[in-house]
Design a protein around this ligand. Structure first.
Ligand code: COA
Length: 504
């Protein structure tokens, strides 16, 4: 028994195998797990459950709630075993994605990430039957020390009837002290969240639980299945350059301080590449109040750019994770992990004046953004925290390459085939071509700004042609947001039918 990791004497008798712990999970249950963008999710118990179902043919359907995406040992294994009825609130697994896009597959509710914890407490999902949480240790009092993410674990543990803890010995004990756990009261007793600076600590370094609620403890050493990040390319370098040019202009105009305001940066390769651009910049004394901490955030710490890096999850690539573990005592001085209802909290984002920078799948000429649906119907990942930050940001920015799929798709389209962020929330668009500043502009002004500054030259004439025909065809009294509605989505249709948005 590793007494350094399991410090509560009362719990020693609850150490069981992954199979024994998985036996607690029954048909129809709501299961809430730790984990946020393949970091800090349970692995041994989910794998044992999937194996049991595969081997026995048992009929089992459960509802899986997490912080955000989790690794293949959970989302992948459970999707392949066909045991998920409903999945909430975000995922990035190929097999889960396949299933939730299949009418006979998983029902997926794509939710703002800051919303889930409070909605669980409000009872919107029924009872939380079991929480499975990865830990690096359990304290003497039976409280849980989380690992590389915090996500929704505090709320799941609070609401769960039973808790299964996976103590993961591949996660360094040095993670202890990096977390700041705070659960707000719910209305009508909610009080202001007392964060006025990104570095402020307001809670405890562990998740309160107590020994009685813990039904089983499993030891494992399966590592986080982190994802690779695409290398920096010319397109992402150009986007970063355009973004930095925009910041420079804002500082010169007195609309931002020289060290900017707390930055938020989205998930994925584009977001990582753009943040990497900060390393080369003249900017300093920056702060980061965001959701995921990827490789580029570590680069910014190493380059002395970030004063503080607050998020809910450590989500670097394999190399990034090794670098983080190696110098964990150094990074610990800069990194703070919070529950996602705090890292992504709209009240805090607005108070701090966060600059949000998220990635779009497509943007339309009036500034609506699609972050989730390929060609309007196929779910990619989910809205994640992009809406939490965008609606409440000091300045909200979306980045995207101007084209996708080797140039056959224009990411600037007449009308988004699905909308996650509306024209009312989106202020700046950045592509490798340039920057569209949508502040203080009407829809017609926005359209010309976006087409001229952000669209790829291959598609700009087609977009201008569409816009001008729309204005002409509508006449005087219907032209606030000019569209030829029957034609607006024909670009997507053309790609689906011919494999390219270009007119051949
Ligand atoms: N039309 C069709 N497909 C498109 C597209 C478009 N306009 N733009 C991108 N894609 C495809 C890419 O080709 C790629 O497909 P593939 O996986 O088959 O190769 C995929 O979408 C991902 O695009 P990529 O360029 O690799 O970007 P990314 O890794 O930076 O991810 C998002 C981009 C939008 C999918 C990702 O940022 C996301 O899930 N965002 C929503 C959640 C979010 O914003 N969270 C932030 C919280 S703080």
């Amino acid at each position: 028994m590793d007494k350094e990791r399991l410090r509560c004497e009362k719990l020693i008798g609850k150490v069981v195998s992954a199979e024994q712990a998985a036996a607690l999970i029954k048909d129809g249950m709501n299961v809430g797990t730790s984990g946020f963008t393949p970091a800090g999710y349970p692995k041994a118990v989910p794998l044992a459950l999937a194996k049991r179902v595969k081997e026995t043919g048992e009929k089992l359907k459960i509802n899986l709630l997490t912080g955000a995406s989790v690794g293949d040992e959970l989302d992948g294994a459970w999707a392949r075993a066909g045991i998920v009825n409903k999945r909430i609130p975000y995922q990035t697994s190929n097999d889960m994605r396949k299933s939730l896009n299949d009418p006979a597959g998983v029902q997926y509710q794509d939710l703002h990430l800051s919303h889930l914890a409070q909605q669980v407490r409000y009872g919107f999902f029924g009872t939380m039957d079991i929480a499975i949480v990865e830990a690096c240790a359990i304290t003497k009092e039976g409280h849980i020390v989380p690992t590389t993410s915090l996500g929704n674990s505090p709320a799941f543990v609070k609401e769960a009837k039973q808790v299964i803890v996976e103590i993961n010995t591949s996660q360094p004990l040095a993670l202890e002290g990096m977390h700041d756990v705070y659960i707000p009261n719910d209305p009508p007793n909610r009080e202001p969240i007392p964060i006025t600076k990104p570095e402020q600590r307001i809670g405890t370094p562990y998740i309160e639980c107590g020994p009685d609620k813990i039904a089983a403890i499993v030891f494992t050493d399966i590592k986080d299945g982190v994802r690779p990040l695409a290398p920096l390319d010319d397109e992402s370098r150009a986007m970063a350059k355009n973004l930095l040019g925009f910041f420079d202009q804002e500082v010169k105009a007195g609309r931002l301080p020289a060290n900017l305001l707390p930055l938020q940066s989205g998930v994925g390769s584009v977001a990582n590449a753009v943040l990497a651009g900060l390393v080369e910049s003249e900017l300093k004394d920056l702060s980061f109040y965001s959701e995921v901490i990827q490789d580029a955030a570590l680069d910014c710490i190493d380059a002395g750019k970030f004063r503080i890096c607050s998020g809910t999850s450590m989500t670097p690539s394999q190399e990034g994770l090794e670098r983080f573990y190696e110098k964990i005592d150094h990074y610990k001085k800069y990194i703070l992990l919070r529950p996602q209802e705090i890292s992504n909290n709209p009240e805090v984002a607005r108070r701090l004046g966060v600059i949000s920078m998220n990635t779009a799948i497509e943007v339309d000429i009036y500034g609506h953004v699609n972050s989730t649906h390929i060609m309007g119907t196929r779910m990619m990942n989910g809205i994640g925290g992009s809406g939490d930050f965008t609606r409440n940001a000091y300045i909200s920015i979306f980045l995207t390459g101007s084209r996708a799929k080797d140039g056959d798709i224009s990411s600037i389209v007449p009308m988004c085939a699905h909308i996650d962020h509306t024209e009312h929330d989106v202020q700046v668009i950045v592509t490798e071509i340039g920057v569209a500043d949508l502040r203080n502009k009407s829809p017609r002004e926005k359209a010309l700004e976006i087409i001229n500054n952000c669209a790829h030259p291959d598609y700009r004439p087609m977009l201008l042609d569409y816009y001008e025909r729309a204005v002409k065809s509508l006449g005087k009294d219907r032209c606030h947001t000019p569209h030829i509605v029957s034609e607006a989505l024909s670009w997507h249709d053309r790609f689906v039918k011919t494999g390219s948005m270009k007119i051949k």
